[in-house]
Design a protein around this ligand. Sequence first.
Ligand SMILES: Nc1ncnc2c1ncn2[C@@H]1O[C@H](COP(=O)(O)OP(=O)(O)OP(=O)(O)O)[C@@H](O)[C@H]1O
Length: 340
Amino acid sequence: MTPVASAAASTEPVLQVRDVQAHFRTHHFGVSRDVRAVDGVTFDVRRNEIYGLAGESSSGKTTLIKTIAGAIKPPLEVVGGSIRFSFLPDYPGLHAAPPEVLERVRWRHLSYVMQGSMNVLNPMRRVIDTFRDFAWRHIGGSRRAFEERVADHVSRVRLDPAVLRAYPHELSGGMRQRVTIALATICKPEFIIADEPTTALDVIVQKDVLGMIRGIQREMGSSVLFVTHDMGVHAHLTDRLGIMYGGRLVEEAPTPEVFARPLHPYTTYLIGSLPRIGDDTPRKSLEGSPPNLADPPPGCRFHPRCPLAMDICSRQVPPMVETLPGHRVACHAVNPGAAA
Ligand SMILES: Nc1ncnc2c1ncn2[C@@H]1O[C@H](COP(=O)(O)OP(=O)(O)OP(=O)(O)O)[C@@H](O)[C@H]1O
């Protein structure tokens, strides 16, 4: 693997998401339902950075990355916006690209690490066969040279190359997750999408796997879109962080800035609810429940739960404003007059 200079993340976007809307649309017995799971999301992921997406359950994180990954199946529909990758500039999203283009792009330019490694590992086949299926056509060369490269690569994620001859069920959860990281990185893709990849692992293995993702990303200079509800993981791993609430992005900033200076009241709550060593004061809980995205509240979707809510909040959607350099937030209380 060729090391790539990796000081600060460059500002050039590899992914440009613009006003994306993805809804679950169902029609049962003459009744139509439109769940606005992703409703107007705009952000960039730059070259050589780990961009985190956070937010509580049902905020739309998984739907957003499924949409970005082109994994759109009914009832999910992309109803607006565009998702442009630098390596696929001619299509407004993977969902709009023909299958032969996707074949070319997947694993080579874009790969995934998902929760539950069994999704990608075929339980009936040895691990090496999965590597052959996904990566050989991109890497080429003789079978022997390919297998040597795979063996070398799995040792980088601290696995004994003997795992390549094993069936997935013979490996522990942590080992399987390392195998999926090795699979996702063997072709040195420019972009890696990771959805809660460590959530099912115990804390020690989780730390190890996160360190590995960071190490490989730095070395390859690739970009990672990393989704987890775990703010502690974001604090340790991501470079920039987007906070989702009710299908929308409500705040975005470099990760240390989000933790040091959260501006949106929802982000303040998320950070305030993190446990701290030596601090026994009870954590603040948030009144109310997440919005019903089939019938979301008008204006700011957070207003029914917001301690700072004003009259305008129930009437107008707050625009996302760059309130401080590199720090965007969508809140009428933080940016008074911005909606005018
Ligand atoms: N197949 C589906 N049909 C209808 N609505 C759905 C479907 N899948 C998800 N939703 C709805 O879309 C919204 C966003 O869900 P999503 O899973 O994207 O959120 P999330 O932030 O990833 O949550 P979690 O962390 O629990 O996975 C929720 O209101 C959810 O109920």
